[in-house]
Design a protein around this ligand. Structure first.
Ligand SMILES: *Cc1c(COP(=O)(O)O)cnc(C)c1O
Length: 469
């Protein structure tokens, strides 16, 4: 499988190189040159497979030529073996023909484990083969950091540096990062905000001299391997609900458009998906596009669903690429307009094409709490605020009551106790057994000034299993 850039000017890469790449050299994102397509009969034959075997069938074409079948099978069995539920991604019923796909049974209790547990193992495999070490730098406002650290903690050839804004992540989220101890794990609390952290990561990718030749790898959702891993659970859910003989609809709590883009790909690979709902919080750039063909940046509002607090959606470029007939020059020019501070609209027929599949809704904090309370009363299910936004949008935007509607349950409610409390529910959820002693564990973290040179010096001084590069 070869991968090409959405802006058309970067060299095509194979899977191994795309895994180790961040942005393409032309500023674009990598996508598969040709998407594999499965027949309905083929998909139907996977109905009874355990999750890791389904994952092998769905993802095999993407890694073909880079990772041997036997190795990939073993990696997938290990990856999904660490999940705390035997079904890996179980479905919970909320109402007639309405479901939540629970994607929070991984080590850090959010769906990001599906991709980052795999990414860590793939990196280890590829780097061992190449006899190469890399450094990962990432910024997090919460969920990504812990999932990335959990995914990479056992990687012999990776040193991971995760920056979070000092005193601005929840205690559960902080402890999920800082209590993972290892000489290749480096938590940095920056005296600044999330954007400061992200800017320093971007600046480090742009000028890597401080790394003395060591490669820098990205773990945010611009990394293709993360999207790839998320395609699988759309197949898994549909197969549990009578697919592919019948269509299924999905509602996806959305920030950077990575998770829902995976659903779009699943559909293009042959899975009958009749509707994809983009569910956002008040930070609603995607809802404004889907409802009114306006892609315009606005100020950031902190909400009760912080993992969806974004101003721009980086993966949206991947959808725009398809909507524009995969014309890289057109995307480069749209993105340049956007960078200059302008928003954009796309031509009417392209927007209409998108709306055949996508609907959207922006949900306020108040409505989020209302939905948490409502669902708790209706069936005793306690939703986290992100999932609640998905359920709200599923109920308001649903096109057909006879098509199963699945909301992606992106996080466990224990990670976001503030929203549960605001919803008026006093049943505080308990931490699952593997995290029960989280508040007693030793923490390790370095507080650094909001200064690029200071951070880069720290990375250079510790990037080789705690020793200098
Ligand atoms: C990251 C995250 C999202 C948003 O996913 P995207 O792929 O960025 O759209 C939603 N919910 C939770 C809990 C998350 O951690």
């Amino acid at each position: 499988m070869r991968y090409i850039s959405t802006r058309g000017q970067a060299p095509a890469l194979n899977f191994e190189d795309v895994l180790l790449a961040g942005l393409a050299s032309d500023g674009g994102l990598y996508v598969p040159e040709n998407l594999p397509r499965f027949t309905v009969e083929e998909i139907a034959s996977w109905a009874d497979l355990p999750y890791h075997e389904l994952a092998f069938r769905v993802m095999r074409p993407f890694v073909a030529g880079s990772i041997a079948d036997a190795d990939f099978k073993k990696i997938l069995e290990e990856t999904y073996g660490v999940f705390a539920h035997k079904a890996v991604a179980p479905l919970r019923q909320l109402d007639t023909n309405e479901w939540v796909l629970e994607l929070f049974h991984g080590p850090t209790l959010a769906f990001k484990d599906f991709a980052l547990q795999l990414l860590g193992r793939l990196l280890d495999h590829v780097l061992a083969k190449r006899n190469e070490r890399v450094v990962i730098m990432g910024a997090t406002s919460g969920d990504t950091g812990s999932a990335a650290i959990e995914g990479c903690k056992a990687c012999d050839n990776v040193d991971i540096f995760i920056m979070h804004p000092h005193n601005r992540v929840s205690e559960v989220q902080r402890r999920q990062m800082t209590t993972i101890l290892g000489d290749n794990i480096h938590n940095i609390a920056i005296e600044g905000n999330f954007d400061d952290c992200q800017e320093m990561v971007k600046a480090s990718f742009a000028d890597q001299g401080f790394l003395k030749g060591t490669r820098l790898v990205a773990v945010n959702s611009i990394n293709w391997a993360r999207i790839m891993a998320q395609i699988v659970y759309y197949f898994h859910a549909a197969l549990q609900l009578g697919g592919p003989a019948r269509s299924v609809a999905f509602s996806v709590p959305t920030g950077n458009f990575g998770d829902i883009f995976a659903g779009y790909l699943a559909r293009n690979m042959g899975l009958p998906i009749s509707q994809l709902i983009v569910a956002t919080n008040r930070n609603d750039i995607l809802h404004r596009f889907m409802s009114g063909n306006q892609y315009v940046k606005e100020t950031l509002h902190p909400t009760l669903s912080p993992s969806m607090d974004i101003m721009v959606s980086s993966n949206f470029e991947r959808l725009l690429f398809d909507l524009h007939g995969r014309n890289g020059a057109a995307i480069a020019s749209l993105m340049e307009t956007f960078k200059q501070g302008g928003g954009f609209s796309v031509e009417q027929d392209r927007w209409t094409e998108a709306r055949k599949l996508f609907d959207s809704l922006a949900v306020s904090d108040e409505q989020t709490c209302e939905t948490i309370a409502q669902v708790y009363q209706e069936c005793g299910e306690l939703l986290d605020p992100h999932t609640a936004i998905g359920v709200r949008a599923a109920r308001e935007c649903r096109r057909s009551l006879s098509i199963p509607m699945v909301t992606l349950g992106t996080a466990h409610p224990v990670k976001f106790p503030e929203a549960v409390e605001k919803a008026g529910i006093d049943a505080v959820p308990a931490l699952p057994p593997h995290l029960a002693d989280l508040f007693q564990r030793e923490e390790r973290c370095t507080v650094l000034a909001n200064d690029l040179k200071t951070v880069q010096q720290f990375v250079a001084a510790h990037g080789n299993r705690g020793k200098p590069l």
